[in-house]
Each structure stands twice: as structure tokens, then as C-alpha cells.
Ligand binder design. Structure first.
Ligand code: SF4
Ligand code: SF4
Length: 160
């Protein structure tokens, strides 16, 4: 499915999801990187050693969720735009998610945008809480969104 559509299968997504216990503790990185390619900037970007060492440059990244504090630094380092932060501890019915964004326009803080699932379908209106630039050339923005908690693991992009 991934090779044909660019959309990972549900089993792939579930396999990289932290436990519910870890998700409840606060922000954590979810790395939806499913293709074996020679790439490891996520590993070198994380100063908390939350990525396990790569034995081979083509290995898929493995995350130690207990070491991750959800800082989001790895989001801007990932050329594949494959890393997201989910914070289920934000509120009773809302979660924060952080997504990479490399399109124009960059959404304004406080604006309401459409939250899109991995298939590109609009699933909920979400609020842009925060926008910051990241990455080597500052061309990647990291957008923090307030989303309905039930969509925290579905929304992976936005329509501005
Ligand atoms: S969010 Fe921060 S602590 Fe977690 S894996 Fe990324 S860089 Fe490391
Ligand atoms: S930097 Fe991104 S694309 Fe490269 S291995 Fe890490 S998660 Fe995958």
C-alpha cells in the first residue's frame, strides 16, 4: 500500500505507536518512517538518545519512548517529514500534535484549519497553537495543533 499510494497501512502505523501508558504521560515522538533508505538525521539530531543506534544506515529508526520528551527537534531534521509529536496529556478532550510543514502559506497562529488524515481527507477543524521554523535551512515549519483527542493519531497534515 505504501509503495503504491504513499499511505502506510494501519498495521504499520499501529506498530510504531507508543503504549497508551506512555501516551498518557505527555508529549512523545511518533516516527512514521517505513521505507528502508540510507538516512539517519533523526538519530543524530536527538540529544536525549531516544533513537536507538543504527546498525546499518538503511535500518528503520527505533525509538525509546521513555527517553523522548517530545521536544520536536527531530521533526525539522527529518527529510522525509515522517516524525510527529503527540501529547495526549494536554486536556481531557483535546490533544496537541506537532507536524512538519513545508508548504506556503504557513498558517497563522490562532487560525482554524482543516486537519487532514494520512489519505488527505479532512477529518476535523483544528486550531494552530504555535508555529516555529526548524531544520537546517529553516525551510521547515513545525506547527503545533490543538486537535480533538480522538483524531490525535489520524491527523497528520492540514489544509490552510
Ligand atoms: S522529540 Fe526530542 S527527545 Fe523525542 S526523539 Fe525527537 S529529538 Fe529526541
Ligand atoms: S530522518 Fe526521517 S526519513 Fe530519515 S530515517 Fe529518520 S525518520 Fe526516517
Amino acid at each position: 500500500m505504501l509503495e503504491k499510494t504513499g499511505v502506510p497501512a494501519r498495521e504499520q502505523v499501529e506498530a510504531v505507536k507508543p503504549t497508551q501508558e506512555r501516551l498518557a504521560k505527555g508529549p512523545v515522538a511518533i516516527v512514521e518512517c517505513f521505507q528502508e533508505i540510507p538516512c539517519d538525521p533523526c538519530y543524530t539530531a536527538c540529544k536525549r538518545e531516544a533513537f536507538l543506534p543504527f546498525e546499518d544506515i538503511n535500518d528503520l529508526p527505533q525509538t525509546d519512548f521513555e527517553k523522548c520528551n517530545g521536544c520536536g527537534i527531530c521533526i525539522g531534521a527529518c527529510p522525509g517529514l515522517a516524525i510527529f509529536i503527540v501529547d495526549e496529556s494536554y486536556a481531557d478532550h483535546e490533544a496537541l500534535i506537532m507536524i512538519p510543514w513545508e508548504f506556503l502559506p504557513v498558517p497563522a497562529e490562532g487560525s482554524i484549519v482543516q486537519g487532514l488524515n494520512r489519505e488527505g481527507e479532512a477529518v476535523a477543524e483544528v486550531k494552530v497553537k504555535d508555529v516555529r521554523s526548524a531544520g537546517k535551512n529553516k525551510k521547515t515549519s513545525i506547527i503545533t495543533l490543538i486537535v480533538p483527542k480522538e483524531f490525535a493519531h489520524d491527523i497528520r497534515s492540514i489544509k490552510v
